[in-house]
Design a protein around this ligand. Structure first.
Ligand SMILES: [Zn+2]
Ligand SMILES: [Zn+2]
Length: 865
């Protein structure tokens, strides 16, 4: 098989992509002999665009999956798709020019499913192209009944154990999307607003939300506030609306803010909810589900929130009840999806009970990588005040399997055997306790996190005919979804199985653009993985992912990293090509076993190779992909290519069969080891390398094991010395203007070095290793008059002086000037010269020959020219 000169990444990556039998990556459910390694892969939202941030995360997962497989684990790298949700609904409305209420529910759902199927297909293609070792036999799609039957079952089970309940409770509400949302879906932004100071009967209050005056249910003051103490328990009239509200005392009121008196509305913000619950206040709904002012506001009813605000401010002013307005910076909660400011509405919703202690306790039983990410979960958990609102007023989601009896109002929750079921399409198969068979379906659907928070259970075999294998081993995910996906997954796994969902969680950072900013269309710094593959290769993209940054930190995308990756593959290919040209024809004999005798430099390489295996294994065990990859690259480029191959070339081309075999064997072991260690990172390149030396795919081979007997410090020291001497002689030749292969008469190395044959080869010279100290003589060979001194001083006589000096015996001149001045005679005149007037050139003589001497890290190397 001829090996092409150039590495054509496009051709080779395409070849392997088509050739690979993906079943080699399947998890074996029946295997009891190998330890399991199940990865709770994130199910991406099927937008149709598998972006660079996904790609970075998946590269990490694939590095781990491939490494663990080679280490003998029964690995599952499943792939799910988290289909449900608002973005798809909005896209469908956009594409079809409709709103969800203009078509029947089933038809709308179908449109969403069609869009999703197409998008999944696009994203799968990118995944294939990036060479991920996905286990497609464990693919799941949350919108399919096979998956959502589990979401529904989990709902029913948690209802049975009283961890799911229905209640009227204030929830975060997006008036634009017209749905409840969870706290985790609220984003905050700082905005300028006006703080309005109002005359309120006998006291003054300050509020940012005058449009909620009609929903005012009390006035709160601090119990210590001397100004207002006397009003506690009294009632006050609300301006414009005239209803009476009580003045209550609460220690949470800040007497220094505004006027020190605040109005409590249902609901202006989260604090209103706290006070409302604590003081058992009445409920006055001021805003409806669409964000419209309700009839309790009289003439303002039907207005939007901003319209009502403007009208009320105008009317308060004309009545003289608004006496001051200040600008105030305020943190406003917004819908994650559409950025509309959220409202708090009290509605009947379904909730999941949150057990903060259980989550914190479980988080401590999980290994967090990096460890500091756990703090984010802990902080979030400690801020949770309300239970998790899981009902949504949308369509494209898992239906809540519940009906309400039309006669007695009884809540009918589906039996597990009825699932999957859509209550809007099917009636329950049994009658109500009261005998009535007519039911109202629950039209609300489940929060999509209800689907995705059971992925760990799903991939571990929950509710299937397979044996349950939880906890899984690894959850890889981004740090932006710790408070949602991690939080909810822990909650659900503990509730449903009493076990933690995973042993370890690996948190990756975000990808930043080349300018250091978050990638965004408006900044024009978005890079797609396809672009990188087109200009370079999938392996180069993967190398960027490996070395771009340490796990957990944000990683900047840099083209120069990709370019240097391509350059490394070019270098690696030339190493490979050279090596194969020396081992391919004799492969059978070379691989039959280790030769009896190995040269020092071969042992040196094997010692270094085993150290490399040891450090790469440790780095991968700690998920330090950058460290692992950099050491592999350093070994290949410097140790192997720049040094080892140069040192053994003469043996490889030489006549001595035994010496050649030693180098061939060592090269083979190095190429084999590098194929294996590169396999998790550069699966295409590694496969191409391995295809000529091994049978079957590199991806079903074992990870190299460290042979400690081959790690030898004394050998390493000798090898380093040989390498350094070879380097010094190369420099010496080039400084002396000699060709690198020009022979030298002799090289003497004063050291205790067992075997210098490779030095002979690489220097193309006789090398003698001599123990003990060299014996040098410094013999004067030339007299060099110093014109700078002689010229100005003797002028006309200078020429004659120089002529005389250079004709003298250098040994004699050296002898005289070592004692003092030198006297010469020029045309009968005695002239005395100071020692500085001449320099003596000396030559190093060893054993009677003129030589050059090199100092190589303290070792004396004598070169006979
Ligand atoms: Zn919204
Ligand atoms: Zn009934």
């Amino acid at each position: 098989m001829t090996i092409p000169k150039e590495y054509d990444s496009h051709e080779i990556e395409e070849k392997w992509q088509n050739d690979w039998d993906m079943s080699m990556y399947h998890f074996d459910w029946k295997d009891e002999s190998r330890p399991q390694y199940i990865i709770d892969t994130p199910p991406p939202y099927p937008t149709g665009n598998f972006h660079i941030g996904n790609s970075l995360n998946w590269c990490y997962i694939d590095f781990v999956a491939r490494y663990k497989r080679m280490q003998g684990f029964n690995v599952m790298f499943p792939q799910g798709w988290d289909c449900h949700g608002l973005p798809t609904e909005v896209k469908v409305e956009e594409n079809h020019g409709i709103t969800k209420n203009q078509v029947p529910r089933t038809e709308f759902r179908q449109m969403c499913e069609e869009l999703t199927v197409g998008n999944i297909d696009k994203m799968r293609k990118t995944m294939h192209r990036l060479g991920f070792s996905t286990d497609w036999s464990n693919e799941f799609v949350t919108m399919e009944p096979e998956y959502y039957v589990k979401t529904q079952t989990s709902f029913v089970k948690m209802k049975d154990m009283d961890r799911v309940y229905q209640s009227e409770h204030p929830v975060n509400w997006c008036p634009r999307c017209e749905t409840a949302i969870a706290f985790a879906e609220v984003e905050y932004d700082s905005r300028d607003t006006k703080l309005n100071f109002l005359h309120f009967d006998k006291l003054e209050i300050a509020t940012t939300r005058p449009e909620l005056l009609a929903a005012c249910v009390a006035i709160a003051i601090s119990p210590e506030d001397e100004r207002y103490k006397q009003y506690i328990g009294q009632t006050m009239k609300v301006p414009l609306f005239g209803h009476d509200v009580e003045v209550i005392a609460d220690k949470d009121v800040d007497p220094t803010f505004g006027t020190g008196a605040v109005m409590i509305c249902t609901f202006g913000d989260k604090q209103d909810v706290r006070w409302w619950l604590e003081h058992n206040l009445p409920l006055r709904k001021g805003i409806d589900k669409s964000g419209i002012i309700t009839e309790i506001a009289g003439k303002y009813a039907g207005m939007t929130i901003p319209e009502c605000k403007a009208a009320i401010i105008k009317d308060l002013k004309s009545e003289g009840n608004l006496y001051e307005q200040n600008t105030l910076k305020q943190n406003v909660g917004m819908c994650w999806r559409c950025k509309t400011p959220i409202e708090i509405l009290s509605e009947k919703q379904w909730f999941v009970k949150i057990d903060n202690d259980e989550i914190l306790r479980t988080a401590d039983e999980i290994e967090w990588l990096p460890e500091y990410m756990k703090v984010r979960l802990q902080n979030w958990t400690n801020t949770m005040e309300w239970d998790w609102c899981i009902s949504r007023q949308r369509i494209f989601a898992t239906p809540i399997p519940v009906w309400y009896c039309k006669k007695c109002g009884e809540v009918m929750v589906a039996e597990e055997e009825w699932l999957p079921i859509d209550p809007t399409q099917q009636q329950p198969p049994v009658a109500c306790k009261c005998g009535c068979e007519d039911f109202e379906p629950e039209e609300d659907v489940l929060d999509t996190w209800m689907d995705s928070s059971i992925t760990a259970l799903h991939v571990a075999g929950w509710l299937s005919d397979k044996e349950m294998r939880n906890p899984t081993q690894l959850r890889p995910q981004g740090h932006d979804i710790i408070r949602t996906w991690s939080f909810y997954s822990i909650l659900r796994s503990m509730a449903l199985t009493g076990k933690k969902p995973w042993e370890s969680i690996l948190v990756n950072g975000m990808v930043l653009g080349e300018d250091g900013h978050k990638m965004s269309k408006s900044l024009g710094n978005v890079i797609s993985p396809e672009e990188v593959i087109k200009d370079h290769s999938a392996d180069a993209f993967r190398q960027w992912a490996a070395v771009g940054g340490s796990t957990g930190s944000d990683v900047m995308f840099r083209w120069k990293d990709v370019v240097s990756a391509s350059r490394f593959f070019t270098k690696m290919w030339s190493i490979y090509r050279f090596s194969m040209s020396h081992i391919e024809d004799e492969l059978a004999e070379i691989t039959s076993g280790k030769p009896e005798k190995l040269n020092v430099i071969d042992k040196w390489l094997l010692s270094n190779l085993n150290r490399l295996i040891s450090s790469v294994t440790a780095s991968l065990d700690a998920y330090q992909f950058d460290e692992a990859y950099k050491s592999i690259r350093g070994f290949a480029w410097e140790t192997l290519a720049d040094n080892y191959i140069e040192l053994v070339k003469s043996r490889l081309y030489g006549e001595d069969k035994e010496a050649r075999r030693s180098a061939q064997y060592t090269l083979y072991v190095a190429i084999d080891g590098l194929s294996r260690m590169l396999a998790p990172f550069a699966p295409f390149f590694a496969e191409e390398m391995y295809s000529r030396i091994g049978e079957r795919s590199i991806h079903v081979q074992e990870w190299p094991v460290v042979d400690k007997t081959l790690i030898d410090e004394a050998i390493e020291k000798d090898g380093e010395l040989i390498k350094d001497i070879a380097g010094s002689i190369r420099r010496y030749k080039s400084e002396s203007g000699m060709a690198l292969n020009a022979p030298l008469e002799k090289i003497e190395v004063y050291a205790s070095l067992g075997d210098a044959s490779d030095l002979t080869g690489v220097t193309n010279s006789t090398v003698e290793v001599i123990s003990g100290e060299p014996d040098f003589e410094h013999v004067p060979v030339n007299v060099k008059p110093n014109m700078a001194i002689i010229g100005p001083k003797f002028r006309k006589q200078a020429g004659a002086i120089i002529k005389t000096l250079t004709s003298m015996d250098p040994v004699e001149v050296a002898n005289i000037i070592s004692k003092g001045n030198i006297n010469i005679n020029i045309d009968g005149e005695d002239i005395e010269l100071e020692p500085e007037s001449v320099a003596i050139e000396k030559e190093v003589i060893s054993a009677g020959r003129a030589v050059d001497v090199l100092d190589v890290n303290g070792t004396v190397v004598v070169i006979v020219r």
